[in-house]
Design a protein around this ligand. Structure first.
Ligand SMILES: NC(=O)c1ccc[n+]([C@@H]2O[C@H](COP(=O)([O-])OP(=O)(O)OC[C@H]3O[C@@H](n4cnc5c(N)ncnc54)[C@H](O)[C@@H]3O)[C@@H](O)[C@H]2O)c1
Length: 442
């Protein structure tokens, strides 16, 4: 198929529901990088490379030099929050970045003031805010968000916008009848159906407006047939869910390695202590349940116990998150992994990851914004599985299982980019060397 890529916009709007730890770490980071105080470390688009053609060709550009991506200088950022704090006050409150860093971009952060949020405490029990829209039903709230989007575009002279959910984890909601079709969903919006959460209202508003949407939290949000249908009809790319950072990032690095070496696993115990607002929200059992489901799926789909029962059938997987305020955003994640090898001899791996979640999440936010904008200009729509690399619980078509292995995800992402740019897929075969004439190889 011939790919046509639309020209990149002069400026790209970024709308973020939730200007908390991740949101402000991302925004401050962009401003600091623009001023030359740092490099965009952790961002595949800005610092990652891609091999093109044969190894002998020595073509390995940085992704941003290979692809027609929007430059980070051309991003215009806005957002919503349930608190009135500017991005400056919120960054200070989040305590991820040092005061020195925050002060260097004080004016830029102060200029970003959140719009009133669509919020209902029923869905995030641990939060109370006053900067909230009022309307008679959820349909009206969606219309108000669409007006916000229009106003943001006009005020900043924008043609293109991407929305990325960086707001709190909502309570666990199972897929229900109201989520099945767009018609049922829109009826549900008008009837204030309780199975429609605020994040779904943002997603609906964005996609109605033709705006790509990424979901950084484990909420159901866009992962329902009604919203997927809307995304396909409106030719909008969507991606989710739950940014792959911290402990799950480690899991998706280590588990594929153990599986590759055909080592068995009896148990994997993961526990975290963290003290930020995210930790406080997750201290509520209903929000924790949403996160737990997102984190637990990972090992099963990497290890495929049904295909390797001797190695993984009895694996006991446990995930715990403990709210512990003194830690702040400096999360500590412990993993104890019980493995076995040749003749069944048992071994253990212990990991103690002293991580800063928002530092790991911010470059993901950047990459997703730039890739979703590219996807839109390429004409991709619906679920973008090639962006699974960035998520703990990747969205997938109902007929397929999710791909969790970080290295398979990376290969898929890079091959998709080669495809978009009409470069050859890389197979790593190297047949020319084994056979004098590869074309005669059987
Ligand atoms: N920190 C990480 O690395 C990480 C990794 C994966 C996923 N996540 C998820 O990303 C989300 C954000 O994490 P964080 O650490 O920035 O949390 P945070 O609590 O610091 O920020 C979330 C912000 O969202 C706001 N908010 C809540 N509901 C809202 C709504 N309906 N509309 C607008 N704003 C709303 C809150 O007031 C808060 O300012 C959480 O759902 C978290 O589970 C975080």
């Amino acid at each position: 198929m011939q790919i046509t890529i639309k020209d990149k916009p002069k400026k790209l709007g970024v709308l973020i529901p939730g200007l908390g730890a991740i949101g402000t770490t991302f925004i401050a980071g962009i401003e600091l990088i623009k001023k030359g105080y740092s490099k965009p470390i952790g961002s595949l688009t800005q610092m990652g490379t891609i091999r093109l053609g044969k190894r002998t060709e020595d073509r390995t550009p940085i992704l941003k030099d290979f692809l027609p991506l929007v430059n980070i200088e051309d991003l215009v950022i806005g957002g919503w929050d349930i608190f009135e704090d500017s991005a400056y006050d919120s960054a200070k409150n989040a305590q991820v970045l040092s005061n020195e860093h925050i002060e260097l971009v004080k004016n830029e952060l102060k200029a970003i003031k959140p719009m009133k949020a669509v919020f209902d405490k029923k869905y995030v029990k641990k939060l109370d805010g006053s900067h909230i829209k009022q309307a008679k039903n959820k349909f009206e709230l969606a219309q108000m968000l669409m007006t916000d989007i229009d106003n943001f575009k006009t005020a900043n002279d924008l043609t293109d916008v991407v929305m990325i959910w960086c707001a709190s984890t909502e309570i666990y909601i199972e897929e229900q009848a109201v989520h099945q079709t767009l018609e049922a969903f829109e009826h549900g919006l008008k009837k204030n159906n309780p199975a429609i959460s605020p994040s779904m209202i943002y997603a609906y508003a964005a996609i109605k407006k033709g705006i790509p949407f990424a979901n950084g939290a484990p909420n159901l949000t866009v992962d329902i047939p009604a919203i997927c249908e809307l995304a396909k009809t409106n030719n909008v790319p969507i991606a989710g869910k739950d940014f792959k950072t911290g402990q799950t990032l480690m899991k998706t690095i280590i588990a594929p390695g153990l599986k590759a070496r055909v080592l068995g696993i009896n148990g994997w115990f993961s526990t975290n202590i963290l003290g930020n607002r995210d930790g406080e929200v997750l201290d509520d059992p209903e929000s924790f349940k949403t996160k737990e489901v997102s984190k637990l799926g990972v090992l099963d789909s990497i290890l495929q116990p049904e295909k390797n029962p001797e190695l993984y059938k009895d694996l006991y997987h446990k995930v715990r998150i403990n709210y512990y305020p003194p830690k702040g955003d400096n999360k500590e994640g412990w993993d104890n992994i019980d493995i076995f090898g040749w003749l069944g001899y048992r071994m253990q791996i212990k990991i103690d990851f002293l991580c800063k979640d928002s530092i790991l999440a911010a470059p993901i936010v950047l990459d997703l914004i730039l890739f979703l904008d590219l996807a839109k200009r390429v004409g991709f729509s619906g679920i973008q599985e090639w962006l699974s690399f960035y998520f703990k619980s990747p969205m997938h078509l109902p007929s397929l299982y999710p791909e969790h292995d970080l290295f398979v995800q990376l290969a898929k992402l890079k091959n998709t980019l080669r495809y978009i740019m009409e470069e050859e897929m890389i197979t790593h075969l190297g047949l020319d060397y084994y056979y004098d004439n590869a074309s005669e190889a059987k």
